[in-house]
Design a protein around this ligand. Sequence first.
Ligand code: MN
Length: 143
Amino acid sequence: MAKILIVEDNALNIKLFCDLLAAHGHQPEAVTDSRNALETARQFLPDLVITDIQLPHVSGLELIRLIRADDRLSQVPIMAVTAYSAVGDEERIRGAGAQAYVSKPISVVKFAQTVEQLLPTKAPVEASGAGTGPEQPPEPELT
Ligand code: MN
């Protein structure tokens, strides 16, 4: 279970994201007004922040920069969600400090996969039945 902060002004998306995250065993917390997002994040100390980019008041990009500049939040992974992907958007979003970027309308599978990729790795779950497989050969080094 991970604590996940959602910053999103659209009520339907909040419901969708919260339902999806809860179904995956996470604890979502939603903020509708981005002016409250940084303060809520400071108190909630999430394991992951999911933020819309098109937000009134404080934009998603501004919020990402504020989180990155905050002593206690600077290391929290951030996943951006955006409805409009113009050329250069992904670079701007990643440049502001987000690790991942998902376009709306979101694919439920992509959303869930991206969330799991960004969460800190959990302690290994006890193997069910079969022993651990053979060790994977190391990836060839790319030069
Ligand atoms: Mn929005």
